[in-house]
Design a protein around this ligand. Structure first.
Ligand SMILES: NC(=O)c1ccc[n+]([C@@H]2O[C@H](COP(=O)([O-])OP(=O)(O)OC[C@H]3O[C@@H](n4cnc5c(N)ncnc54)[C@H](O)[C@@H]3O)[C@@H](O)[C@H]2O)c1
Length: 510
């Protein structure tokens, strides 16, 4: 199956991610490093651990893997090999992997534990050390992977295979994240100079939607589209009136269900175009090509589309998953600093949800780059894959948004960028969560990014009134909040007494 001569397809990931069976599902002749070691040493992996110790096993693994990668690159095993979960502990193996296409089968710790806890595998003793091992290996897997495929479904690798092959035709350094949800799966491409080259079938007719700023900068990225529609920039144009103009222009251009839309722009273009795609002729494909940090780390993924009403944000919309997302980080070079800062609010929110390697890097002041975009997309897509329709777990993605959206609505969408309002909303959410030290730490991160920490000219009563329009408000008038216990420990559905909510709003509106 090897896509490019000399490049093997190498499956890596934690134990229990299903590497061996996934490898065999795409290539029955695929090699398996543990099986090769067992054959060479004449004992099972658990016996080698017991008899010779882990260090001896690792030494044998190093040798066997390096030799096998050479052979597989030359076509042995059909060009496919799966590696044991600890093989990337070796610097020599990591170096050798840079010459191959590395696919991380990405399992969350729950799934991995459920699959292996009754097995005889070494390193599966107690839950705590299993969790710690899982967390300690995450950054190494991510650093080596060209492709990330969720490990929950065995069929995912096969579904992603055509996109994995397409990676060979894209600039070096481009990475692929496979997105899954109940209503379908799609490729997410992350890299530089990939807009116009990835994510869409050139044989199809595409209409490009962007705003005036983005059209002037990047409109020529897509040659000879079936139609170009340019909308006014800004949240105040995320309206049904803009959709009506789009529907009308698409109809006049003869765009049909055989065709598709490309949303080239920030979250406003993405949300509007996604909704137009969901509703035009009852649904046509949309490819998201996000051009802001907010959209590259958040809004382009997960299929929530829609527009605002004057009285409430995102009140009209539909779930419509993109057929692909192309996050070209070179497009961020022209982004004004205020827009980069707004994106950092979503990055900090996502890092709080994810915890682990992403939180550590954001806390340490990580640069905006494709690693950051990929890590945020991975976090969001994992949540969406569990709960596409916002019935439960997906609500954690609204951390900071309940008050943030109310601030946007109360100020007519004109005073703050979405990300700025989310940053202020995060501080309100952390106050309600009762973790002052974390709130202080997050305030420092937001401040370092150049974001406002309060909304001093905003009337707290107006924000409180706008909260009453929150889509998640219960029929008894209570509003569920998302709370954060600690990075990586975020939960939804907390009903907070209204006076406490008012106090948190007053604090950020001082
Ligand atoms: N659907 C979702 O899941 C989801 C998630 C988060 C946010 N959102 C929505 O996203 C919207 C905010 O998105 P946003 O912050 O991207 O705002 P935006 O789309 O308004 O873009 C911000 C500004 O940057 C300009 N711009 C875009 N790309 C540029 C580039 N590469 N160089 C220079 N200028 C550029 C735009 O013209 C605009 O003026 C909000 O409406 C929010 O509700 C949706």
């Amino acid at each position: 199956m090897s896509g490019v001569a000399g490049r093997a397809l190498v499956l890596v990931g934690f134990m229990g991610s299903g590497k061996s069976s996934s490898a065999r599902s795409i290539c029955p002749r695929a090699l398996d490093s543990d099986a090769l070691i067992e054959a060479e040493l004449g004992a099972s992996v658990d016996m080698i651990f017991e008899r010779d110790g882990e260090a001896a096993f690792r030494a044998a693994e190093d040798r066997v893997v390096l030799e096998a990668l050479n052979r597989v690159g030359a076509g042995a095993g059909g060009g496919v090999i799966s590696l044991g979960g600890g093989a990337l502990g070796s610097a020599a193996v990591r170096e050798a992997l840079s010459h191959h296409t590395v696919v991380l089968l990405d399992s969350d710790v729950e799934t991995a534990w459920r699959r292996v806890r009754r097995s005889k595998r070494p390193l599966v003793s107690d839950r705590e050390s299993f969790n710690a091992l899982h967390a300690s290996r995450e950054a190494t897997y991510l650093a080596s992977a060209n492709v990330i495929v969720p490990a929950e479904r065995r069929e995912s690798l096969g579904d992603a295979l055509p996109s994995i092959k397409a990676l060979a035709g894209l600039p070096a350094g481009t990475r692929l994240l496979w997105a899954e949800s109940d209503s379908g799966s799609y490729p997410v491409w992350v890299g530089e100079n990939i807009a116009g080259r990835a994510g869409f079938d050139a044989a199809k007719r595409w209409a490009i939607v962007s705003d005036t700023n983005v059209a002037a900068l990047y409109g020529s990225t897509f040659q000879d589209p079936a139609q170009r529609v340019v909308i006014e920039p800004g949240e105040e144009h995320k309206t049904l009136a803009t959709c009506e103009r789009l529907w009308t222009e698409l109809a006049a251009a003869g765009i049909s269900r055989e065709d598709g839309l490309i949303a080239l722009g920030g979250g406003v273009v993405g949300d509007v175009t996604g909704f137009v795609a969901a509703s035009y002729q009852r649904g046509i494909p949309v490819v998201q090509v996000p051009t802001t940090l907010v959209s590259q780390v958040d809004s382009a993924y997960g299929g929530k589309t829609g527009v605002d009403l004057p009285s409430a944000k995102n009140y009209v919309g539909a779930y419509h998953q993109p057929s692909a997302v192309v996050a070209d980080t070179s497009l961020l070079a022209s982004l004004p600093s205020g827009e980069v800062a707004a994106g950092m609010a979503e990055v900090i929110k996502t890092a709080l949800i994810s915890g682990g390697a992403l939180w550590d890097s954001v806390k340490d002041g990580a640069e905006v780059d494709s690693d950051m975009v990929l890590a945020c997309a991975r976090t969001k897509l994992r949540v969406v894959s569990e709960d596409e329709r916002d019935g439960g777990r997906r609500q954690v993605l609204n951390l900071g948004h309940t008050v943030g959206h109310a601030i946007e609505t109360a100020t007519g969408y004109r005073m703050f960028r979405h990300g700025e309002a989310v940053g202020i909303g995060l501080l309100a959410a952390l106050r309600l969560s009762g973790h002052g030290a974390l709130r202080t730490e997050v305030a420092e991160l937001l401040g370092n990014a150049g974001l406002p920490l309060s909304a001093p000219d905003v009337d707290p009563d107006a924000v409180f009134d706008a909260l009453q329009g929150d889509k998640k408000r219960h029929s008894d008038g209570t509003i569920p909040f998302v709370m954060c216990e600690a990075p990586g420990q975020v939960s939804h559905g907390h009903v907070i007494p209204l006076p406490a909510v008012m106090d948190a709003i007053k604090e950020v509106c001082q």
